[in-house]
Design a protein around this ligand. Structure first.
Ligand code: GLC
Length: 451
């Protein structure tokens, strides 16, 4: 929300008054033969962890958050064209910016990236034929989307396109709410841009819509027709729900609600800075720590969702700031040891919730295997589990593979149901075996469905 306001103010105060748009014919309304949804979703369900990249001219306006002033002003009496050039002038990505992002994501254990091909401001980061306000024509001087796609392919990452439906640059972007002719032009423009994105860059894995303003529900966006065109051009693509139709998966923003989406695929997008999506090279105390991110995994896995962790690269280089880089690397290292509990097919741990533990740990599950996540390591060398009804086959520490002992409650205790179902895991080392985040996971294999 804050960011939206900032953008609106920056733009209203300074910049975009008009640009050319062409009327183009919209896509086919015929829904293509789709791959089965499960087949399309398979990689996403296994991936669990991706990088969200917010990068564009808006990346320059971070000073606004500190001083509430713009870093500089558009020249007095500037023409609309000059204002646009001024607006994007500070966006100067190095040619290798995308490779840097993709390599960072890969090393951090992420499996896909979602990149802002066009944010609310309307600046198009690819070689479009539909507006002059694009990264070939002004600012960077090259097709940033092409670089991004190439870099993802080099690193074997899945490719996501963020696309903001909201558009402050297009002259009909606001008027389309009330005027039919404006709406027609704006929808044709929107569908034309999407057609370029879906045609010119080979296979694309995710279309991640955002900002469905100013139009609303009830078909105003022609979302069904628009997404049918997208799927015709990209039969394997998965699409989020922000064009105001359900499509393939839903997303929560800035929070993780493991119990919120029991019946749908979902992803939580989280800004590294608690509130801001863009570059912001200060205020690190408000950045999530590696342990925070590990704890996000715990909630994500429990809810069988995905985590899309945002970075806001430096407008001058396209590179991620050092604090995020360091923290992402730490999380990547932690994942090297604990990835088996995160990636791949996971199940909801509902029945495990009845098993209490005296270490303050949290359960996740994969089939008959239960994982006990331990934000605090218990000092006493053992963990007591109560209300265990399944048979345990083995217990170990995921962090280092060390085997644990399994003690059933002694006979004397079996008079009460509670103690009869007690299991004590023994042989835990005194200190947490995870030196990376001080956050270890135990793995307990049950003979049948664990409960
Ligand atoms: C918020 C922000 C927007 C960002 C989006 C990501 O809506 O205002 O800038 O792209 O979150 O989900």
């Amino acid at each position: 929300m804050i960011f939206n306001r900032v953008l609106v103010l920056c733009l209203a105060a300074a910049i975009l008054t008009g640009c050319q748009s062409e009327t183009i014919s919209s896509g086919s309304t015929r829904c293509p033969d789709r791959l089965a949804r499960d087949e399309r979703m398979e990689w996403f369900r296994d991936a669990r962890y991706g990088m969200f990249v917010h990068y564009g001219p808006f990346s320059q306006w971070y000073d606004w958050y500190v001083s509430k002033t713009l870093p500089n002003k558009a020249p007095e009496g500037a023409t609309p064209e000059q204002r646009k050039r001024w607006y994007v002038a500070g966006l100067t990505p190095q040619r290798d910016f995308a490779r840097h992002l993709a390599r960072t994501a890969k090393a951090a254990g992420m499996k896909y990236i979602v990149f802002t091909t066009k944010h609310h401001e309307g600046f198009v980061l690819w070689d479009t034929k539909l507006t002059e306000f694009n990264s070939m024509n002004m600012g960077p001087g090259f097709d940033m989307v092409a670089e991004y796609v190439k870099a993802c392919r080099e690193e074997g990452l899945k490719i996501g396109f963020y696309y903001s439906l909201w558009d402050f640059n297009h002259p009909d972007g606001i008027a389309s709410k009330h005027d039919d002719a404006s709406r027609r032009r704006f929808l044709d423009y929107t569908q034309g841009l999407l057609r370029e994105l879906m045609t010119n860059y080979g296979k694309i894995d995710i279309l991640w819509y955002d900002g469905p303003s100013p139009l609303g529900y009830g078909g105003e966006w022609e979302a069904q027709k628009m997404n049918a065109m997208v799927r015709r051009l990209q039969p394997g693509i998965i699409i989020n729900d922000r064009s105001l139709t359900a499509e393939d998966f839903t997303c929560s923003e800035g929070h993780i609600s493991a119990t919120l989406h029991p019946d749908s695929d979902w992803e939580a997008c989280m800004p590294f800075h608690h509130k801001l999506w863009t570059w912001y090279p200060a205020d690190y105390k408000n950045y999530y720590t590696p342990r925070d991110i590990v704890d996000m995994f715990r909630q994500i896995v429990a809810g069988t969702g995905n985590l899309l962790m945002n970075v806001g690269p430096n407008p001058a280089t396209g590179h991620i700031g050092n604090v995020e880089l360091e923290r992402l690397a730490v999380v990547g290292k932690w994942l090297e040891a604990h990835g088996e509990a995160i990636y791949g097919h996971v199940d909801r741990p509902e029945a495990l919730g009845f098993i209490t533990n005296d270490a303050g740990g949290f359960w996740t599950r994969k089939g008959n295997t239960a994982y006990l996540w331990l934000p605090k390591w218990p000092g006493g060398g053992k963990i007591v589990l109560e209300n265990v009804h399944g048979k345990l086959l083995s217990a170990s520490i995921v962090t280092n593979g060390a085997k644990l002992g399994i003690d059933r409650a002694p006979q004397a205790d079996t008079e009460t149901v509670k103690n009869a179902s007690r299991v004590t895991l023994t042989g835990l080392p005194k200190k947490c075996p995870d030196a990376v985040c001080n956050y270890a996971i135990l793995k307990i294999q049950f003979e049948t469905y664990p409960r």
